[in-house]
Each structure stands twice: as C-alpha cells, then as structure tokens.
Design a protein around this ligand. Structure first.
Ligand SMILES: C[S@@+](CC[C@H](N)C(=O)[O-])C[C@H]1O[C@@H](n2cnc3c(N)ncnc32)[C@H](O)[C@@H]1O
Length: 255
C-alpha cells in the first residue's frame, strides 16, 4: 500500500491539482492535507530538475545512444523517473530510513551519478556513496553532482563519489565504510550482479539489502534470498523491476 505523502509520480488529487497538473481521479481534493500536496509538488519539481540535468549531460556527451562498454561492465542509464519511483518504494519500505540503513547507501556502479542525485535530493538526510570504475563516467558524475549542489538541489557534504571497484573490500575500508553496517546497496545489473551478490553474502551484514533495479524482468540470482519484488514504472510499458535480496539468514524487510 503506497503512502500518498511519498507519492512522487502518483498524486491522487482529483482532476487538476494546485500545480495545474492532471491527477488520478480517486481522492477529492479537500480530503488531501496541504502538506501532502506541497510535498508532492516539491518532489515532482525536484524530479523535473534532475531529469533536465541528466538529459543535458547525455546530450553533451554527443553519443546517439546512452550505452557503452566500460572496463568492468556496461554503462546504460536508468531513467530519472524510474529511479525516483524506486526511491519512493524503498522509502515506504523503511529502507531509506537513516536508522535502518546504518548511515549510508551504496550505489554500486554509479555511471553518471543519477541514482545518487535522486536519493540525495529526495532524502536529504541520507549519506550516499557512488562507486564507479570507469574514469570518464566518474568525471561526468562529479560534474553533474557539482552542478546539482551549486543549484542547491543536493548537499555535497552527504554525497561521495569514488573511482574504484565495488567488489574490492579495500574500496570501503579506505573510506571508513563498515560493510557489515551498510543497509542498502543499489545496482543496475550489467552482467556483474552475481559477483556483487556473492560479495554482499560474504562481506555484508544480515541487514544489508541488495536492491537490483532493471528493465530485464527475467533476471534471477540465487546467491542471496529474494525478499520482495516491485514493478516500477515511469509511465511506459513494460515496467522496470525492483528486486530486494537479503542474506539467507536475515530477518524480514520492512518497517
Ligand atoms: C548499467 S550501468 C548503471 C549506471 C547507473 N547506476 C544508472 O542506473 O544509470 C552499470 C555501471 O556499473 C559499472 N561497474 C560494473 N562493475 C563495476 C565494478 N566492479 N566496480 C565499479 N563499477 C562497476 C559500469 O562501469 C557501469 O557504469
């Protein structure tokens, strides 16, 4: 069940909301508290601004398709709206709760920085680390996140980018990140997901959730235990899939 307060893309006010946008026709306007409406409008504005920033970044890259092979995997970009919708689901499950996620979230294979940007902009209290092995993408992520920090959308003191291998324990030790306490590791699978799952099983704690967000709806891994699956849509079909995995012995996911 979605909390309407966190409904980024799904404000449920009738016909036209105060931003002049059409919404789903389910709840009469006068029953929705103003704080929820303001929160929803604010989140939509943030997602629009992030979408523009990353569209500009892609355009300046000069490639016809935002996809390429990197030294360790394949870079392809998740649409900002899909990341934002996934962040809403994670938030509703309590997985972006500061207490629950042990102080930081890791984006394993951060590409141009968009997942970090969405998480940091929508959940300003989070500390987020993006780890990317490809130097050119890392530089692009730095530029994108600097631009967002300069426009006040994210707090640069809470967003950290590392040019490194996310499957090397030294990457975390060098930055003082206790892998055992990490609550959430985010990844867009590019063929390395099984290695990452094995790494999580070997080095992370029972409360670490591996969160795979992918357009590939047939993807399965058996190195960790699947705890839940969620469809994530930016309005196009078929929806993306968010799969949440935990070590076999761990407890239930959720509040
Ligand atoms: C499919 S892209 C996802 C980019 C971004 N997270 C997004 O959703 O738009 C996967 C990225 O993981 C990076 N990658 C793959 N294996 C890695 C590793 N072991 N360490 C660091 N980065 C890695 C690739 O270079 C690539 O940029």
């Amino acid at each position: 069940m979605r909390r309407s307060s966190a409904g980024l893309c799904g404000c449920t006010v009738s016909s036209t909301n105060p931003a002049g946008e059409a919404g789903a026709d389910t709840v009469p306007m006068d029953t929705v508290p103003m704080t929820i409406i303001r929160g929803t409008i604010r989140r939509r504005a943030i997602v629009r601004q992030l979408t523009r920033t990353f569209e500009r970044s892609e355009a300046s890259n000069g490639r016809s398709l935002p996809i390429r092979k990197t030294g360790r995997g394949i870079w392809a970009a998740t649409p900002v709206r899909v990341v934002a919708e996934a962040a809403t689901i994670l938030d509703e499950l309590g997985l972006l709760d500061e207490k629950h996620q042990g102080g930081c979230v890791i984006d394993a294979g951060t590409g141009d920085g968009r997942v970090l940007a969405v998480l940091a902009a929508l959940n300003p209290s989070l500390v987020v680390y993006g780890i990317e092995s490809d130097r050119a993408l890392q530089a692009r992520a730095v530029a994108n996140l600097h631009a967002l920090a300069a426009s006040g959308l994210i707090d640069s003191t809470r967003v950290h980018l590392c040019e490194a291998d996310y499957r090397d324990v030294e990457t975390y030790e060098a930055r003082g990140i206790a892998l055992h306490d990490v609550g959430l590791i985010f990844n867009y699978p590019d063929g390395n997901e099984r290695h990452l799952a094995r790494f999580v099983a070997e080095h992370c704690g029972d409360n670490t959730t591996l969160c795979l967000l992918t357009h590939n709806r047939t993807l399965e891994i058996d190195e960790l235990e699947l705890r839940s699956r969620h469809d994530v849509s930016d309005g196009t079909r078929p929806p993306w899939r968010l799969s949440l995995y935990r070590p076999q012995t761990a407890g239930a996911i959720g509040r």
